[in-house]
Design a binder for this molecule. Structure first.
Ligand code: ATP
Length: 199
């Protein structure tokens, strides 16, 4: 799986549509302080489903929308699209190319798309889970994160290793299955009570 293209429109300092192509090998993004380098990695995390405005250095999610400058009015909408080549099928879908898109209006209305089809946030999170590029994954290391990893509690560090080993998806499924089993046990108890009442 390779990130091929990042398209940013109205996200943070990117008021105009900006397309960044990532060729094979290493891509370096350089620029003066405050020119928007971190905003690029934040746009990637946001499109992958980041839900914490704080981790995107904002107070609330609409803060990611271009807030205006001395020369330009604020915008009403932010949109980020990531396009991946999926030749190795690291993403569990039959598509050879996968694009994910997230948009947000100032009133909080948001939308997610996989290959131009509307989907839920959960679908995007599931698609990237254990691929090494989830919103919580360690393929995106922002400033201060390395220190945070070293200073984290052993159980948190275990979570990092589990994510890297690809077991998070199974833990999640186990959690869902356990919830369904608990629900079934409650239903069975109810049925048993009704049977006793009918006797
Ligand atoms: P450094 O090298 O200092 O880490 P950087 O190149 O990583 O800087 P960023 O932190 O990505 O820069 O960008 C900061 C800039 O983005 C600031 O000028 C800030 O005003 C601008 N910015 C952040 N959010 C918004 C927004 N919602 N609307 C407009 N501009 C924004």
């Amino acid at each position: 799986m390779q990130l091929k293209t990042l398209e940013i429109n109205g996200f943070k300092s990117f008021a105009d549509k900006t397309v960044i192509n990532f060729n094979s090998g290493i891509t370096g993004i350089v620029g003066p302080n405050g020119s928007g380098k971190s905003n690029i990695t934040e746009a990637i995390r946001w499109a992958l489903g980041e839900q914490s405005a704080k981790s995107l250095r904002g107070g609330k999610m609409p803060d990611v929308i271009f807030a205006g400058s001395s020369a330009r009015k604020p915008l009403n909408r932010a949109e980020v699209t990531l396009t991946f080549s999926n030749h190795d099928h690291a993403l569990k879908t039959s598509f050879e190319e996968v694009s994910v898109m997230r948009s947000l209006y100032r009133d909080g209305t948001s939308a997610f798309y996989i290959n131009q089809k509307p989907c839920r946030l959960k679908d995007i999170v599931n698609l990237f889970m254990d691929s090494g590029l989830g919103r919580e994954s360690f393929s995106i290391i922002s400033q201060g994160k390395i220190a945070a990893v070293f200073n984290s509690k052993p159980e948190d560090r275990r979570g990092i290793i589990e994510e890297a080993a690809g077991v998070v998806k199974y833990k999640q499924r186990k959690h869902e299955a356990t919830g369904q089993l608990d629900e079934t046990a409650v239903n069975l108890n109810r049925v048993a009570d009704i049977i006793v009442e009918l006797k």
